[in-house]
Ligand binder design. Sequence first.
Ligand code: NAD
Length: 382
Amino acid sequence: MNTDDPTRSFTYAALPARILFGAGRVADLPAESTRLGLQRLLVLATPGQRPLAEMAAALLGRQAAGMFAAARMHVPIATADQARAEARRVGADGCVAIGGGSAIGLGKAIALDMGLPIIAIPTTYAGSEMTPVWGITYRDGKHTGRADAVLPRSVIYDPDLTRDLPATLSGLSGVNAIAHAVEALYAPDTSPVICLYAGQAIRDLTAALPTIAASPHDAAARASALRGAWLCGSCLGATTMSLHHKLCHVLGGTFDLPHAQTHAVLLPYVAAFNLPYSAHAAAVLSDAMDTADPPAALYELARNVGAPQSLRELGLTEADLPTVVADVLSRPYSNPRAVTAESLTLLLTEALEGRVIAPGGAFPTASPRSARGRPGRTGQGC
Ligand code: NAD
């Protein structure tokens, strides 16, 4: 195996999902439902994707028990309760979640409560379909957890369904997906299998996203991006995410910054911060992106696909930074580089202003020796 440290021990648990991939594969939905023994499926979608939900229900015919096209970002508990009530009312024995992470997240909220199996048909690159992670937003914020019951039983990846995903949304969603793969490379529970997934995923998405930005209906680029998204989702489901996801969670949860945009703005800065402390992750990224300077390449990629320029553009201000820093530091999480209030403030200030990460440009680095907390380990990775 191509690992930088073959003596490093690891645990790898393959998650049980069945993947159907290919243009036109949504037509396999009825057969897949039958294979799972499901007779009364509730079809879930966001309001904007109602036509997709209607198409899925039409394909299912008598196997469709109803439709709930009111999924919302971050699964508000009121929406989850309405959808659960609808599932009970129609006597559903399973759910089809068609659309992005919002529809799939709603399916997970139903599965968590009622144990109904999910068939996921993702049409963005967010990756939720490959994880046993659920999230529900209550009055006091978003609660998340892991439960085997919420992992979709089957996932149908049909690139044709992504062709109308708007170019900028595609780019943002794709960079969001890349963030899963990047953080999987230096995750404490990474493994050689996941590093292979991550490298291929980053290669697929890096190649496909600029093409999609220029030509959103390019079938080969859509297939490549969706394949990358599948692998990125697998990375997310198999490992523990680090600083980047922690920051996005706080910025989304406390400051209501938009999900994919926040990922796209932050990723190059977090990569610049962490990669000097994870030689293997840097090497995999360099190879996959065909660059000597992954942070600069990620910065370029984000801008090429139309990501916002800065966290300020998303609504954050200097006055918010101390709260973000305190929140991020308040709960321990793994990261290859020790994170201090000083270094995190520097990172966030760069991202707040959207400062250029130029090729070869050094990110302001606090000396590792001055860092409090757990020191980073150069070379951490699989
Ligand atoms: P989303 O599902 O809200 O989709 C974003 C927008 O794209 C929506 O307006 C949707 O209607 C539209 N859209 C979706 N597919 C389309 C298509 N084919 N054509 C045109 N428009 C389309 O958001 P998302 O970015 O996919 O997912 C983000 C959510 O998923 C967040 O709540 C995030 O926390 C969650 N998430 C969870 C996990 C997990 O493992 N639990 C992983 C990733 C993301």
